[in-house]
Design a protein around this ligand. Structure first.
Ligand code: AMP
Ligand code: ZN
Length: 667
């Protein structure tokens, strides 16, 4: 046999064994024999490097070291899921679906909600080419070299796969492997890891892929996105993914009614402890992809999917002390300091008490035995008091009235649950908090700088606001503790590179109260540059889609402040982006201003997301249901019949895709 064929044959054989072992859990040869074959292949590959193949099973052992993980924009956004906790929630959701689709039959697929780290794998011509973490949903980190070491992730597919697609899943660390890892660590005198989920997501960002290869990670897949996939339902998607070689858990059910859905939820709420990996609920999805498309997304999550969260685990423990934290916007959060207690695999020492009302509602007092619960959130919460254990001399909790950081009298406005320290310029934690927010990943993403560095720089008097970051010099940094030449250079480089960050993120980075990522995007889109935004009145702002009075007021207040204006002026001089890029502006017009569209059906020249973007880029609004405010219903093939009836009743003009394009051309 020719050498090349011999190498290929070995690779194929090892791929099949990997598949049997890691995906199907049904090994056909012993580990020993597998290792022998792998070594044989490795030897041949070393001898004949000209036959290199990036999908070779030998690459599973890792070895590449990644210093910085590149940021990659997802071709298709990775959304969150809406949560539900009861049968009523599910029934309400079903009603919304029926309303959105009209009275049609809807089938649902129930899957388990795997609790690990989300991942998106890109395949082209059957080869894994990229693996990216979820990140903020729009962009994540390229962790391809690490993912390649996970044996259940196919590097090469089988069957009739489409030429290009992304598949989404969750990297998990099964309980057994996790326990073994911890036992090994303890043996070596190292601290055991807290829980499988955090360890799994931490593993993806290890610099040495050989270390990742040592970890018994697994990758469970659940969703495919792409064009011309030839798939029409979620159920078929799961089946196809299995055929192509992916690990798709068999625990899933196709349901006709919400009763069937609830039966699945109840069954797995009980049986989940028998599963080899951690789950935190069930994900319910509308089966038909056409119906999914028709339902679309909110700004955060698909309307066609719903997570049902299993009931959180609960324990009781002693409340030792209440402390108060001041956030970057001055909001005060009371924190319960607890007698450490084990909960859902982690030791809990602190829990959020949210606000004064929350404490009053449960009448929570120091010395009480409290019930602590951990849901999907990272921070556990207190859900009640065991009054039978309340000590005799216990005192009602008196909420603080002055800022624990700067002594300023706290204020609380009508309708706001939180108390605020309004010492915007003098409260040290707010000053550093704002700068920490500015440099954070979702904001200016300044590399080479962390929260502690900000505190240090502030304490040393080197910075008092985020504009000061741009004036830092190496001479100033070097005398600081733990600041080597290299780290000082990295910090300065990170700061100077932040001027490339687009306007919407800059707007978010400014840290205006109530202006989160989504609002920042909306404002950037509506005003296009900071000057226009600064000139906007409260009234004009509320006219922008989804901007309410509370946000509008906060924005105008922010820009009415002299020092904020001064800081923005400085940032502008340093080159920070204060307008949408030419590229973003290029295709944007106001042609459809004031017009509200509803989209329904399947289109020929573009998909629904593209159509929606086209409408929004041209100043129009897309709404999910038809009302008297709807200007046009853009109807594609297979439009829901109820939408048509409703449009006709309300006399909303129904237009085709081509009519729409003509309308756009004419402006
Ligand atoms: P959340 O982060 O709570 O909004 O939930 C969304 C995350 O659930 C996604 O990023 C997925 O990675 C994860 N997930 C786990 N299992 C599934 C599943 N079967 N279907 C969809 N998403 C899932
Ligand atoms: Zn303060």
């Amino acid at each position: 046999m020719k050498i090349q064929q011999q190498i290929e044959a070995l690779r194929n054989e090892l791929r099949e064994h990997n598949y049997n072992y890691y995906v199907l859990d049904r090994p056909k040869i012993s580990d020993y024999d597998f290792d022998l074959k792998l070594k044989e292949l490795q030897k041949l590959e070393n001898q004949y490097p000209e036959f290199y193949d990036e999908t070779s099973p030998t690459l599973r052992v890792g070895g590449t070291v990644t210093k910085n993980f590149n940021t990659v924009v997802h071709d298709y956004r990775m959304y969150s899921l809406a949560n539900s906790y009861s049968k009523e929630d599910i029934e309400d959701w079903e009603k919304r679906i029926q309303k959105g689709l009209g009275d049609v039959d809807v089938a649902y697929v129930c899957e388990l909600k795997y609790d690990g780290a989300s991942i998106s794998l890109s395949y082209e011509e059957g080869q894994l080419i990229k693996a990216v973490t979820r990140g903020d949903g729009f962009q994540g980190d390229d962790v391809t070299t690490n993912i390649k070491t996970i044996k259940s992730v196919p590097l090469k597919l089988k069957g009739d796969y489409p030429s290009k697609f992304d598949i989404r899943g969750e990297v998990v660390l099964p309980f057994k492997g996790f326990a073994k890892m911890n036992a090994d660590r303890v043996k070596k005198g190292e601290e055991p890891y807290m829980n499988p989920r955090n360890t799994a997501s931490g593993s993806l960002k290890l610099q040495d892929s050989a270390a990742v290869a040592q970890r018994p990670l697994d990758c469970l897949l659940y969703g495919i996105v792409g064009r011309n996939l030839g798939i029409t339902s979620q159920w078929q998607m799961l089946e196809k993914a299995r055929e192509w070689g992916f690990k798709v858990p068999r625990v899933a059910k196709l349901c006709k009614t919400t009763d069937d859905v609830m039966a699945f939820v109840e069954e797995w709420d009980k049986r989940r402890h028998d599963l080899p990996y951690e789950t935190d609920g069930v994900v319910i999805k509308v089966n038909s992809l056409q119906q999914q498309d028709e339902l679309g997304h909110t700004s955060k999550s698909p309307r066609w999917a719903m997570a049902f969260k299993f009931k959180a685990e609960q324990v009781s423990t002693l409340l030792n002390k209440i402390t108060y934290q001041v956030g970057r916007t001055g909001a005060i959060t009371p924190v319960a300091n607890l007698e450490p207690v084990l909960l859902a695999g982690t030791t809990v020492k602190r829990a959020s008490l949210h606000n004064a009302d929350q404490i009053a509602k449960f009448d929570i007092r120091v010395g009480d035995t409290v019930f602590v619960e951990k849901g999907g959130e990272i921070i556990p919460k207190i859900v009640g008091v065991d009054f039978s254990k309340r000590p005799q001399n216990s005192q009602e909790t008196k909420y603080i009235d002055h800022c624990p950081e700067c002594g300023t009298k706290l204020e609380r406005t009508e309708g706001d649950a939180k108390h605020y320290c309004n010492n915007y310029y003098g409260c040290p934690v707010q000053i550093t908090g704002r700068i920490q927010h500015y440099i954070s990943r979702k904001a200016m993403d300044i590399e080479g700088m962390g929260s502690e560095t900000v505190t240090l720089l502030f304490q040393e008097g080197l910075i008092t606001n985020y504009a000061d970051l741009y004036t830092l010099t190496k001479a100033q940094l070097l005398p600081l503790e733990r600041m080597a030449e290299k780290s000082a250079e990295n910090l300065i480089k990170g700061v100077s590179e932040s001027i490339k960050i687009p306007f919407d993120r800059v707007l978010f980075a400014l840290g205006i109260r109530f202006v989160g990522e989504t609002v920042a995007k909306k404002l950037a889109k509506a005003y296009k540059n900071i000057d226009a935004l600064m000139a906007a009145t409260e009234e004009e702002l509320t006219a922008v889609d989804e901007i309410g009075e509370r946000i509008a007021k906060s924005v105008t207040e922010f820009f009415a402040n002299e020092s904020n204006i001064e800081i923005i002026k400085r940032l502008k001089n340093y080159g920070v982006q204060f307008q949408l890029s030419a590229e973003k502006l290029k295709n944007q017009t106001e042609k459809l201003k004031g017009k509200v569209f509803v989209i329904s059906g399947v289109f020929e020249n573009m998909n629904r997301t593209e159509l929606k973007k086209l409408i929004e880029d041209n100043g129009g609004k897309v709404s999910s249901s038809i009302s008297s405010k709807t200007t046009y219903l853009v109807a594609g093939d297979k439009m829901g019949p109820s939408k048509r009836t409703k449009a006709e009743t309300l006399q909303v003009p129904i237009i085709t895709e081509n009519d729409f394009l003509t309308l756009l051309k004419q402006g």
